[in-house]
Ligand binder design. Structure first.
Ligand code: ADP
Length: 624
């Protein structure tokens, strides 16, 4: 957070952002707030019980020395200490459990927001940057929404400490120095009362102002902190990254990581940025704040000891008053510094809400897609052009084409020619920059988004399976129709492997959730992903390089029964292997964002064009 961001935010805005944050936290887990408040009050008041008993014991030792009274006092002290510790532990346990729930609700906010976000936003680097900054602020410096919870506890605790302390210190001012003390009776002068109270308020004010200034330096430098933290954790976890392990070893990536990372994380080391800050401005401020507090303690010590010496109260009183006044002073300081902490935290909470308030910009229509029993739909791209957000390059330019009903369409072309973009637009992950896409003659933007998504099953190139059972993965649901799941797995070529599995469809994938989970090969994963697309049973099935990870036999098997697999659905099939597109009714050839050729394999291979060029480029390795 830049200095200007912290400064520019008005006190009113600080209050309204913080209050909004508080309301959200309360809404998420009211019990975490309530137990936190209870714990803070309990923690603030209970120290005074021990202080009060200790003072009475010291007074008794220095005065009457009545063994029976001493025993009673000691037993009361021990019992109260044990009782307090027990209640504190219980409260603390309860509060921890509620805080855990608060923490997961907080994480859930991000999950829910990200899932609800337009894909175009999720794909936008700016969104990632924002999310990353929020996370780093939180993990690195503790700034953000959850800091409001900590601040709340830091407000409650000093307020009750001050109240408890006042109760215990009243007698410091009301106990009078006996007349026999002569000129020391001056200590009873009300001016002392006024003076001591003024010092009690003024000194912590100065001290906390100074330490707030020091805290502001950290808040203003959160950018540096985040960068260092990011690199530090990136490097720290690199060694745990299974998917990077082979490349790390092969190319000794650790050497680059090490130099780069140590260089940047130097921010944390003894000569780094933060160490220098502590040695410089912040160190001086902290020293000044500490000195002011100590001067205050000295004044109080002097006053209390002089009053005891003059005979206003016994030695036990010294312990009681010094402890209580020190706690009051510390609490006043803590209370005052809370404003600084709230103020410093406000820009981080603001960023959090900016993220949460990011609007969905895609137009959401309300038309339902016609549920056709024959699964026949027509789709038309009408003069569609598209640029990815934040870029100036046309990924697609003036694409016009229509799919025939129930058609099997292959989309081929070189890398970067726009094939995946074409699919993403069709599935409405993005809206076209120009032109329109029509489903049964209606602009797809006019349909209800989820309803529209329901008509597609896509196996993306970078598909993901999840650490649930195979059955749940295929069905994308907890409960599933085992017969249908099996049928889809068999169609996708996973039947034999499934038969070998002791737990069948109940076998867990990966080890994340279960020790007996299995690891599968890339090809096997691709078959399960294909089965998942089949299980969804949508009228459109889109396969992006669906056999890239399969061995030649499995690939041949899939192609041989491709018609059976896709059934009467409209299938769109992206591939680099032109031989695998031959069985499609129509082939669209993409080049530099345009559809340059459309036709069947037989006609295109005869035509002088890109398809023929690509075909022969691959075929030369298989023919003499
Ligand atoms: P293909 O699937 O044919 O390999 P793509 O549709 O993935 O090609 O890419 C088409 C063009 O769009 C390429 O120039 C690519 O660099 C660009 N592109 C793809 N994805 C993004 C993205 N998320 N942001 C910006 N540009 C992108």
């Amino acid at each position: 957070m830049k200095k200007k961001d912290v400064k520019q935010i008005s006190a009113r805005e600080v209050c309204s952002i913080t209050f909004r944050g508080f309301k959200l936290l309360y809404h998420m887990q009211p019990r975490a707030i309530l137990t936190g408040v209870l714990l803070a009050i309990w923690g603030a008041l209970t120290p005074y019980v021990g202080i009060s008993f200790s003072a009475q014991i010291i007074d008794e030792l220095a005065g009457g020395r009545d063994p029976e009274r001493l025993w009673t006092l000691v037993i009361w002290t021990l019992c109260s200490a044990a009782g307090i510790a027990l209640v504190s532990a219980l409260l603390s346990r309860w509060n921890n459990a509620e805080n855990e729930k608060m923490w997961s609700s907080y994480r859930h906010l991000f999950v829910a927001k990200n899932l609800d976000m337009d894909f175009v936003r999720i794909d936008d680097p700016e969104t990632h940057k924002m999310l990353h900054t929020i996370e780093q602020n939180d993990w690195g410096g503790g700034w953000g929404l959850m800091q409001i919870l900590r601040n709340l506890n830091s407000i409650i605790s000093p307020v009750f400490s001050i109240l408890g302390g006042i109760v215990l210190t009243i007698t410091l001012f009301t106990s009078r120095v006996p007349e026999s003390a002569g000129r020391w009776t001056i200590l009873d002068n009300p001016l002392f009362l006024v003076g001591i109270i003024s010092v009690m308020v003024a000194v912590p004010c100065v001290s906390s102002l100074i330490s707030n200034k020091a805290g502001a330096y950290y808040a203003q430098n959160s950018g540096n902190h985040n960068l260092a933290n990011r690199l530090f954790s990136w490097f720290g976890f690199m060694g745990h990254n299974k998917s990077a392990a082979a490349n790390m070893r092969m190319y000794r990536i650790d050497r680059i990581c090490m130099t780069h990372s140590l260089d940047k994380t130097g921010l944390f080391d003894s000569h780094g940025y933060f160490a220098n800050l502590n040695r410089g401005k912040v160190g001086v401020l902290k020293m000044a704040s500490g000195t002011v507090s100590h001067i205050f303690t000295l004044i109080i010590y002097l006053y209390v000891c002089l009053k005891a010496w003059a005979g206003a109260f016994g030695v036990g009183g010294i312990t009681q008053y010094i402890s209580a006044v020190s706690i009051i002073a510390g609490s006043v300081g803590e209370f005052l510094s809370i404003w600084g902490s709230i103020r410093n935290n406000a820009p981080f909470v603001k960023l959090f809400f900016e993220y949460m308030d990011l609007p969905n910009v895609m137009y959401q229509g309300s038309l339902t897609t016609e549920k056709r029993s024959d699964k026949k739909y027509t789709v038309e791209f009408r003069n569609v052009s598209f640029k990815y957000p934040g870029t100036d390059i046309w990924a697609l330019r003036n694409v016009s084409m229509q799919f025939r009903i129930g058609q099997q369409l292959a989309v081929v072309g070189k890398n970067g020619s726009g094939k995946t973009t074409f699919i993403k637009l069709l599935c409405r992950l993005y809206d076209p920059t120009e032109g329109e896409i029509l489903l049964n003659g209606v602009d797809i933007r006019k349909y209800d988004y989820h309803d529209y998504m329901d008509i597609f099953s896509v196996v993306f190139q970078d598909f993901k399976l999840f650490p649930y059972t195979i059955g749940q993965n295929v069905a994308s649901a907890e409960e599933y129709d085992a017969y249908r799941v099996k049928d889809c797995l068999v169609k996708a070529g996973f039947g034999e492997r499934l038969a070998e599995m002791e737990n069948g469809l109940e076998t867990y994938l990966y080890k994340d959730r279960r020790d007996d989970g299995i690891n599968i090969s890339g090809g096997e994963a691709q078959k399960i992903a294909l089965a998942r697309a089949l299980y969804k049973d949508s009228p459109f099935i889109i396969l992006d390089e669906p056999t890239a990870a399969l061995d030649p036999i499995a690939e041949a098997e899939i192609y041989s029964k491709f018609n059976d697999i896709v059934g009467d659905r409209t299938a769109i099939y992206i591939s680099h292997r032109l031989s695998s597109c031959r069985f499609c009714d129509e082939i669209a050839v993409f080049d530099q964002g345009n559809v340059v050729q459309v036709g069947s394999h037989d006609s295109l291979v005869e035509e002088d064009g890109l398809y023929r060029e690509l075909w022969y480029a691959q075929a030369q390795y298989y023919t003499e």
